[in-house]
Design a protein around this ligand. Structure first.
Ligand code: NAD
Length: 362
């Protein structure tokens, strides 16, 4: 099959959907791979690395879309890309269609087959969302430590302290993929870490695997308020699948936290679990409410495109190989994971959640 990888054109998006190592695997499986010139530069991969892997470099997006049966992307196609998509072509990328009717209708009109990373499900897990949660979870502690520095608006406390000086208190609310990755980083830096969840089985697991400077606590309004008292860094990491994040830290709770303490609300992409959270950008990541620094960047992995591109391809490649082997229509019939990824097939919505979002049949 002919597989195309265009340059991402969304502002500040420096990831690319395929690494040279991924291209090598696809070529070895008998496919032809077309990569847009300089598309990998933002992630540190130049054209020669793709050529070495057996891919063909093409000069522009029109050629990539024109040549290929399967298009691999990172972000949803923007309007200027829609005209390049043709009937029967297969697209594999993050779409987040349920949040965007215009995009959904635009893609239905193209007659393409749209497979979404974010809905691909294996045994009740979402393996193509996991790597980005791992990145965001780990980054959240870096961001928190940075903003705790005095020069960046923080109280001036070092997460790990030093001998004779107490370590910082970190509260991680939500012990899923983001939460465990955040807690691991904070523990590694020597902080005094508490991780909360409502799922007792998850707490049992965390209790077993986390180091001694991490304690687990069952999440409740009472426990959250108790732990906010004199906390230095709070990480918001909850998720209720398919719903907006519950507001677990209220405005009046901020007075429990000291001046210059920091909140990193990773759940901001689902509305945030802190009442005072609103989305920010990498260019202007923080704002202050009642003396508490809020970091609420909705696309945290975008800041580390090299790591994020590698992590994404590691997760997508086996499904890309399957999709390329079967082709769009047959993949829906023959592959259980790819069936869950199918959002639009030949102009028809095939994902229940997307159909329900717009009152359309699926
Ligand atoms: P996950 O499903 O792995 O974990 C969520 C955890 O929250 C679960 O363990 C669940 O039991 C727990 N939870 C639910 N209600 C709770 C409550 N009231 N108190 C405490 N815990 C509660 O999800 P994840 O992959 O860790 O993602 C977490 C959030 O981070 C999501 O909103 C996700 O979209 C977001 N995210 C944001 C970025 C970003 O760049 N900002 C990147 C990746 C993920």
């Amino acid at each position: 099959m002919k597989i195309g990888v265009p340059t991402e054109i969304k502002p500040q998006e420096n990831r690319i959907a395929l690494t040279p190592a991924g291209a090598d695997r696809l070529v070895a499986a008998g496919h032809q791979v077309y990569v847009q010139s300089d598309g990998g530069l933002g992630s540190g991969f130049d054209d020669s690395a793709y050529e070495l892997a057996g891919a063909t470099i093409v000069s522009d997006a029109d050629s990539v879309f024109g040549e290929s049966d399967l298009i691999l992307k990172v972000k949803e196609p923007l309007k200027e890309e829609w005209a390049r998509i043709r009937k029967g072509q297969t697209l594999f990328t993050y779409f987040h269609l349920a949040a965007d009717r215009v995009l959904t209708e635009g893609l239905m009109a193209t007659g393409a087959h749209c497979f979404a990373y974010e809905t691909l499900e294996v045994g009740r897990t979402l393996p193509l969302l996991t790597p980005m949660s791992e990145v965001a979870g780990r980054m959240s502690i870096q961001a928190g430590a940075h903003h705790l520095e005095k020069a960046h608006g923080g109280s001036g406390i070092l997460l790990g302290g030093v001998p004779g000086v107490k370590r910082a208190k970190v509260l991680v609310i939500g012990g899923g993929v983001v939460g465990i990755n955040a807690a691991r980083m904070a523990c590694g830096l020597g902080a005094d870490v508490t991780i909360m969840d409502v799922n007792l089985d998850r707490l049992r697991y965390l209790d077993e695997v986390m180091p001694a400077n991490c304690r687990t606590v069952h999440s409740s309004r009472f426990a959250i308020r108790e732990h906010l008292n004199h906390v230095d860094l709070v990480i918001g990491a909850v998720l209720i699948p398919g719903a907006a994040a519950p507001k677990l830290v209220h405005r009046e709770d901020l007075e429990l936290m000291g001046e210059g303490s920091v909140i990193v609300d990773v759940a901001v992409d689902q509305g945030g679990c802190v009442e005072t959270c609103k989305p920010t950008t990498h260019a202007n990541p923080t704002f202050v409410v009642d003396g508490v620094v809020h970091y609420c960047v909705a696309n945290m992995p975008g800041a580390v495109p090299r790591t994020s591109t590698l992590a994404l391809t590691n997760a997508t490649l086996s499904y890309t190989l399957e999709l390329a082997r079967l082709g769009g229509k047959a993949a829906v019939e023959q592959s259980a994971p790819l069936r869950t990824a199918a959002n639009i097939i030949g102009g028809q919505i095939t994902c229940k959640a997307v159909g329900e979002a717009f009152g359309m049949a699926s």
